[in-house]
Design a protein around this ligand. Structure first.
Ligand code: SAM
Length: 473
């Protein structure tokens, strides 16, 4: 039976409830009166239920869809301003004992080179990432309890945080690794991780079991209940995601929002982020072998509907998407993007040789971080390298209350400008620096509080003239 508070995956992601939701959405997808009332509710910026949001997602009425896009854009501006947080993935290991049918790291793939970075290799990769200007990483790995142990992850996190090269530093390490125990989540929290990210892949249990035929990941309930264990272990920033293309997108969308509702109900904190990856070609994986691919318009609609349904949740898009798609969804709600990414194990320090490619999927946006930063600024976005919230202990409900208090513009906006200034001083090309300095001059005027504005101006000077770094509100 559907129960948002239950600790059992079958209850909080209840199959019948999703089917009922989809039927309700189908019945009402052209019910203009209802759609208008849902849009009105969304305008209050308190979010939508999975049922309400599913009606909007199903709605084919062009005029209403335009209203949804407009509202998504407005909510994005209200909560995140024009800031876009930057990050890069770092693949630690592609050893994996699972049989995921869509992932080239599946255990039966005997020809993909298997690699695990040593601490020395991690050091080299991290220095290369720091030299690009990155401050925030998402660690990625396959599941192999013998090789990719918790000790290995903890050691790797320690290594990453310890590297200080020139003015570089990785200030926030997020981690995307297989579902684990409460005790292990506690260890990850103590090691200083930011967000624990785990994609559900699909919320459709029957499909899930087929798509994950072998290995520990086959256990749907253990995987789906991972975020509950993470929260119990003290990790209060968790990142959800669905791999779009595996099952029907409307089913996944309802499941995703039910998961968010469950975390909010059971722990008082919704997900910190939601990722929206789409299935990509990779090594021995052909996305056309899966029937549920979604086109760019549907993808944009999903992003907009997530934005208005969970306004306080950051939304992440990776380099799986090309420049054009990224541009479109940035306007509709995405708040975090990667740049200059490699999805291979190693590859930042030096490119992998042609015959030893270990990539997880093909990257569609191959631009350098400098190019991505410049592109964002040319569209009047502020690329932000800020990691302040997590370092100031503003995680979980404390982060949410910052959003709700309306103080975000006096806090996140200055932090974005100061970290962008660091980037421009230390890593940017002359062209990017010129555009960025002008942007900062304009944007500093948008810090509402006079005192805060004065502090930012002073800190910007100190960054420029005294080589000082790491200011934050
Ligand atoms: N091993 C971890 C786990 O058990 O969830 C996750 C780490 S994996 C490196 C990161 C994510 O990449 C997966 O959760 C999956 O959604 C995504 N992925 C796998 N194969 C993909 C493909 N062919 N195209 C796009 N994304 C893919």
């Amino acid at each position: 039976m559907y129960d948002v508070n239950s600790k059992c995956a079958d209850d909080f992601i209840n199959h019948e409830e999703i089917l009922d939701t989809l039927a309700y959405a189908d019945e009402n997808k052209e019910n203009i009166e209802l759609i208008d009332s849902i849009i009105e509710k969304a305008k209050k910026r308190k979010g939508l239920t999975h049922r309400e949001a599913s009606v909007l997602l199903a709605c084919p009425v062009e005029e209403k869809n335009q209203e949804i896009y407009k509202l998504a854009e407005q909510i994005k501006k209200d909560f995140y301003g024009n800031r876009i947080v930057m990050f890069a993935p770092l693949y630690l290991s592609n050893y994996c004992i699972n049989g995921c049918t869509y992932c080239p790291y599946h255990a039966k793939n005997k020809h993909i080179p298997r690699k695990q970075l040593s601490q020395e290799e991690i050091r080299r990769e991290v220095i290369a990432l720091q030299d690009m200007g990155h401050k925030r990483l998402a660690l990625e790995a396959g599941e192999d309890p013998v090789r990719n142990t918790m000790d290995y992850y903890l050691k790797s996190i320690e290594t990453i945080y310890s590297i200080k090269h020139k003015n570089g530093a990785i200030r926030r390490v997020n981690i995307n690794i297989a579902a684990t125990t409460v005790d292990n989540y506690r260890l990850l929290k103590e090691a200083g991780i930011g967000t624990y990210i785990l994609f559900q892949e699909t919320y459709h249990k029957e499909s899930y079991l087929q798509l994950h035929p072998t290995g520990p990941k086959h256990d749907y309930n253990y995987h789906t209940e991972a975020m509950d264990r993470a929260m119990e272990g003290g990790v209060d920033d968790v990142g959800l995601g669905v791999l779009f293309g595996l099952d029907k997108y409307r089913y996944e969308f309802a499941g995703l929002l039910m998961h968010a509702e469950h975390l909010e109900a059971a722990f008082g904190v919704g997900p910190h982020t939601i990722s929206v990856p789409r299935l990509k070609h990779a090594d021995d994986i052909n996305p056309d072998d899966f029937d549920n691919g979604i086109d760019d318009d549907t993808f944009a609609k999903i992003v907009a509907c997530i934005r208005i349904s969970v306004p306080y949740t950051g939304m992440i898009i990776s380099t799986r998407e090309n420049q054009k798609t990224r541009e479109r969804v940035l306007h509709l709600g995405v708040s975090q993007i990667s740049g200059g990414s490699r999805t291979s194990v190693g590859g930042y320090y030096e490119p992998e040789p042609e015959d030893q490619k270990s990539e997880q999927f093909d990257v569609s946006d191959n631009r350098t971080l400098d190019e991505v930063v410049r592109w964002l600024m040319e569209m009047d976005y502020i690329p932000s390298f800020c990691t302040a919230c997590y370092r100031e202990g503003r995680t979980g409900d404390r982060f949410m209350s910052l959003c709700k208090s309306g103080q975000i513009q006096n806090c996140c906006h200055p932090n974005a400008l100061m970290t962008l200034k660091e980037y421009l001083m230390d890593y940017a090309s002359p062209e990017t620096k010129a555009i960025g300095d002008k942007l900062i001059d304009r944007e500093v005027l948008n810090v509402p509080n006079e005192k805060a504005r004065a502090v930012v101006l002073e800190n910007l000077q100190l960054i420029q003239q005294d080589n000082r770094r790491d200011f934050r509100f």
